[in-house]
Design a protein around this ligand. Sequence first.
Ligand code: ACO
Length: 325
Amino acid sequence: MRRYSRITGTGSYLPPRRLTNADLVAELAQRGLETSDEWIVERTGIRARHFAAPDVASSDLGLEAARLALQAAGLQPQDIDLIIVATSTPDMVFPSTACILQNKLGANGCPAFDVQAVCSGFVYALTVADAMIQSGAARRALVIGAEVFSRILDFNDRTTCVLFGDGAGAVVLEASDTPGILASDLHADGKHVGILCVPGHVMGGQILGDPLLKMDGQAVFKLAVGLLDKAARATLDKAGLTDADIDWLIPHQANIRIMQSTARKLKLSMDKVVVTVDQHGNTSAASIPLALDHAVRSGQVLPGQTLLLEGVGGGFTWGAVLLKL
Ligand code: ACO
């Protein structure tokens, strides 16, 4: 009998410090930077974001999300035999955030590693976990997206610092006789490295280059709109399904205009799109599992429904996962 993987629990966590656009506008004004709630809402749909305290790391946010996902699945940390953390803001250069989180969770012994695909990180991590479960290498995986993007924002660059937030989301993915994950489609094109990056690196005890986020917003926007549609269609084709079979689109929460455009291309009305960007901002690899958990817990998304998750991010990376909840 074919072995599948299925999400059996979701969880998420946002750090308590919430900044509305008005709060951020006031903070940036103190640095001499001019922006407004109107500009941010009109161009992005973002109204608020959460920022972690200085002593809180991605593993701390991911840990809270993971505990809630385990609780929802009715499992204990010791039941987990694989941990994958998608993050671009790891606690340390090494070891991986997954290893640090594993120890905090008390799930020591199982394989644990990070996936670095920026905002596509969660769809990449979910696809890897699915493949490991299908192959028999794992039975019960924790797949987590966790970010503290506030650490890599340039608060003197109004074109980027208004867009991002911190948070974490997690799912428990278990082996199952029925799907579960139906299909996925992942891609990367490294020739676009420069349009979205944090170019700094550590050398000889110093940071060389710029350690803050750089983005050509318009280039990212144009690429994202075309590539997300292609990944969505490829995933549907692999599963032998069509747009009409999608109950919910759960896109990476970067910008409401990118989501509207993707929904239009898939002939989906916006009431079939889970939107949390207004309250969370862009939380990179955390955004899809955060949105998924909010939709599950609010009763918006129901067991048995077909969900299309899709992400796009630095690299350039992009991909989609189609699943039955
Ligand atoms: N407040 C007020 N004005 C601003 C701000 C701001 N925060 N930021 C830029 N502006 C100004 C610009 O200076 C420019 O002014 P000018 O016309 O006088 O020169 C004007 O607004 C328009 O700027 P654009 O950059 O052309 O604005 P655009 O409509 O492209 O919106 C945005 C910018 C929101 C960044 C958009 O390009 C976008 O969303 N791109 C995609 C970004 C994205 O999704 N990134 C995440 C990818 S995921 C990952 O991997 C991290």
